[in-house]
Design a protein. Structure first.
Length: 77
């Protein structure tokens, strides 16, 4: 929302604390993606929202979580 207020046209989110600090990647993905999905429809200037990930395994986790969230949203309709 701050990026949108500042009229930025894109934003990137690193997977903070999932490396050396050991925060679970799947939980981090779920929190980040749920938040992005909730806020994205309200944004006016921000269009691309990128997740910045280090390893292919991290991408796989994010893809799986996004798929789960999409399926849950479809089932709740």
């Amino acid at each position: 929302m701050l990026a949108d207020e500042g009229r930025l046209d894109s934003v990137a989110f690193p997977s903070i604390s999932t490396g050396v600090f050991g925060y679970p990647m799947k939980e981090a993905a779920r929190v980040a993606l749920k938040t992005i999905l909730a806020v994205a429809p309200t944004l006016r200037s921000v269009k691309p929202i990128r997740m910045v990930l280090f390893r292919p395994a991290d991408l796989k986790i994010h893809e799986d979580v996004l798929r789960e969230l999409a399926e849950t949203a479809l089932l709740s309709r």
